[in-house]
Design a protein around this ligand. Structure first.
Ligand SMILES: *Cc1c(COP(=O)(O)O)cnc(C)c1O
Length: 482
């Protein structure tokens, strides 16, 4: 049958009940969490759009895979299944499993970076940059300018700006650049893809200067889908073929299998170079575990091997990205300022345009995420000033051009009706933005501060003022369930 619209290529066999909460309960919960959605208890959340990391629903085949976990310390059969899957779909020579993406980033950074080095990338990612800095490098953003503009509708806003990269190489010298970190479906830019033409050109430039290219393959499958849709010449290729072609330009990858690969825990490092792989295997035993399990149980590796195979199925990616688009289109139609084009894994709200009455110091994205939770129990995440952290040299807040709230859609978890409820809540706040009160830090951790920071409303009291309009209409906001 030839369908015109997407639909989930699965049906639901088991359900997990959700707990509803009252407005009073949510006000109390967010205050106790220091107005940081990361510090909420998930029990207090109705629709959890904090992240798509490790939150996917596994298939019946993956659950069956857990039962054939070979829990041997060394040489587990599941390791070899995973190796075969990674080899087939990603194509790299050596596989080193890790407990999740940052485990691979840690090992790669330690392995390749010398203090004083520079690592360019198409926009930073939080854990990736933190590990580069921990190893003594400075991260330099070489993404094209369109990525920083939420209104620019270019199809490949994740692309590397080759002129910026060339200038950097001339400035610091190729010998101070151990590798370029190439991200797919660039998270902090709103899930924006990179084109294959740009990947090829970036890799050619790097390789000409003897610089390696390391792929952050975390969202490479979803990136492959956008290439199929948008890049001339790729419409008839399979996701599998495009993914292989992306990887073929690079020298290795780090991957968080908690995203595209449809598992709740896991990751890996891949390298083509025999010598580097040997050194990485020496490091992995110190930090993760033996090189044939890397901090994972055999059953986890089995679920990952099966998940990778499922992740590259066209109907799966189409429904996954289709659901994200479904939410994004509702918001855009109501005039909510979102990053365009709609990204692969979530809808990113431009909090500066959403809350024009707040200054950047009042942390609009953090405030909007907290207010959204109070309104409806939907949990989102800040991707703005708080996530950007401080400049390691000056100690000053890095104020990125994009101040975003991310509504991240877990894979295969929520229904279209959940997307409707989410859209209703965002749209209601957008109709009365002045209800949202700004926030300031009360506690700021040194590393990856967005995870554990605490805040208070700048005026004291609530982050979301009561709505006279909603009370008038007799609307009880959000998921009250009572
Ligand atoms: C999630 C993510 C990581 C880190 O992976 P973890 O599994 O969370 O440690 C790295 N890069 C990108 C682009 C990610 O989205």
């Amino acid at each position: 049958m030839n369908r015109r619209s997407w639909a989930e290529p699965f049906k639901i066999k088991m359900v997990e009940p959700l707990r509803m909460s009252t407005l009073d309960e949510r006000e109390q919960a967010i205050a106790e969490a220091g107005f940081n959605t990361f510090l909420l208890r998930s029990e207090d959340v109705y629709i959890d759009l904090l992240t798509d990391s490790g939150t996917s629903a596994m298939s019946d085949r993956q659950w069956a895979g857990l039962m054939v976990g070979d829990e041997a310390y060394a040489g587990s059969a599941n390791y070899y299944h995973l190796e075969a899957a990674v080899h087939r779909y990603y194509g790299y020579k050596h596989l080193i499993p890790t407990h999740q993406g940052r485990g691979a980033e840690h090992i790669l950074s330690r392995l390749m970076i010398r203090p004083g080095d520079v690592v360019p990338g198409n926009m930073y990612f939080t854990t990736t940059r933190a590990h580069q800095e921990l190893a003594g490098a400075r991260f330099v953003d070489v993404i094209n300018d369109a990525a920083h503009d939420s209104l620019d509708e270019s199809p490949f806003k994740g692309n590397v700006d080759l002129a910026k990269l060339e200038r950097l190489i001339a400035d610091v010298g190729a010998d101070r650049i151990p590798y370029l970190c190439l991200q797919c479906c660039v998270n902090m830019a709103g899930g924006q893809p990179v084109s294959l033409a740009n990947i090829a050109a970036t890799a050619a430039l790097c390789h000409r200067h003897g610089i390696k290219v390391m792929l952050d393959a975390t969202r490479a499958v979803e990136n492959a889908y956008f290439i199929k849709l948008r890049e001339p010449g790729y419409g008839d290729k399979s996701i599998e073929e495009i993914l292989r072609e992306i990887c073929s330009h690079t020298d290795g990858c780090t991957n968080s299998a908690k995203k595209d690969s449809l598992v709740n825990i896991g990751g890996f490092l891949c390298l083509n170079d025999d010598g580097l792989a040997e050194q990485a295997r020496n490091l992995v035993v110190l930090f993760e575990g033996l090189h044939t399990y890397g901090g994972l149980a055999g059953r986890d590796m089995e679920a990952m091997a099966i998940g990778i195979g499922e992740s590259v199925q066209f109907e799966h990616v189409r429904a996954r990205v289709g659901q994200v688009e479904y939410l994004g289109r509702q918001l855009a139609a109501a005039g909510v300022p979102i990053v365009k084009p709609i990204g692969g894994h979530g809808v990113f709200i431009d909090a500066v345009r959403f809350l024009p009455h707040l200054s950047r110091e009042e942390l609009p994205a953090q405030a909007l995420a907290a207010a959204l939770y109070v309104d409806s129990g939907v949990r989102a995440m800040e991707r703005g000033t708080v996530s950007s952290g401080r400049d390691p040299d000056t100690g000053k807040n890095i104020v990125p051009r994009l101040e975003l709230v991310r509504l991240t859609i877990p894979r295969r978890v929520y229904t279209q009706a959940h997307m409707d409820v989410t859209a209703e809540s965002v749209i209601a706040l957008h109709e009365e933005p002045q209800r949202v009160v700004g926030l300031r830090f009360t506690y700021e951790p040194k590393y990856l501060r967005f995870f554990q920071a605490r805040f208070e409303p700048v005026e004291g009291g609530v982050v979301l003022r009561p709505s006279a309009k909603a009370a008038e209409r007799g609307v009880v906001t959000g998921a009250t369930g009572q």
